[in-house]
Write a protein that binds this ligand. Structure first.
Ligand code: SAM
Length: 205
């Protein structure tokens, strides 16, 4: 089986969060709230995940030595907080977001909290992946029209070791299909599943 689940215990919610990370998360929630209450046009596909749980999930991945390397990529990064949490944990981290107004928010927040994550405006959906067209046709919350951004980043999907995404309900299979088709053997895909918490898969050869 090319995708192997790695169960994440419920006890990760007990993992301590360092003070600087708490500050990053608090600032991010404040910024998101201000953005939502502003006169900005509503971005229908944006909703944020539980940043504390993502920080704890990344910490658990580190503590269990699950990473094959140090590169992190957030697919559809919104405010880019997961990418910043990975960068704060020492990873070389990028976030990809299709909405330019959100990429500006990512960059402002990263500057404010002095975080090294980098952000790119474009699509994480790779071109020309065999078998993806049928799944893509069913996506309501993922933009599948734009060309992908990996050339601009200077890295391919198979250069990353840990991906994070928060798929809308019913859309996680699409993210998994991209991961299965394009990621390197040994790479990990962490997804946020709302009330079900976080879910981790490893691509195995
Ligand atoms: C559910 S939100 C998750 C935001 C963030 N990852 C989080 O967990 O807080 C999904 C994001 O994906 C973005 N998005 C949708 N299609 C995309 C695409 N093809 N490439 C990059 N971003 C995309 C949306 O604009 C939205 O901000």
């Amino acid at each position: 089986m090319p995708l192997s689940p790695i169960p994440i215990p419920d006890s990760i919610t007990q993992l301590p969060i360092p003070g600087q990370t708490e500050q990053l998360i608090d600032t991010a929630y404040e910024r998101i709230e201000a953005f939502m209450l502003s006169d900005q046009e509503v971005i229908e596909n944006f909703v944020n995940c539980d940043f504390h749980l993502i920080a704890q999930s990344i910490e658990w991945i580190f503590e269990n030595h699950l990473l094959a390397g140090n590169r992190f990529c957030e697919w559809g990064c919104g405010f880019g907080v997961a990418a910043m949490l990975a960068a704060a944990r020492g990873m070389e981290s990028v976030g990809i977001e299709i909405e330019s107004v959100l990429v500006e928010q990512c960059e402002d927040l990263a500057e404010l909290v002095d975080n090294a994550a980098e952000f790119y405006c474009g699509s994480f959906v790779p071109r020309d992946v065999p078998g993806l067209t049928d799944l893509a046709a069913e996506m309501k919350h993922v933009d599948v029209q734009e060309g992908d951004i990996y050339d601009e980043i200077g890295l391919s999907i198979n250069d990353f070791d840990l991906f994070f995404a928060f798929p809308w309900p019913g859309e996680h299979e699409f993210f998994e299909a991209i991961f299965e088709a394009c990621a390197a053997d040994g790479a990990l895909l962490l997804t946020y599943r709302g009330r079900e918490g976080t879910h981790l898969l490893r691509k195995v050869g």
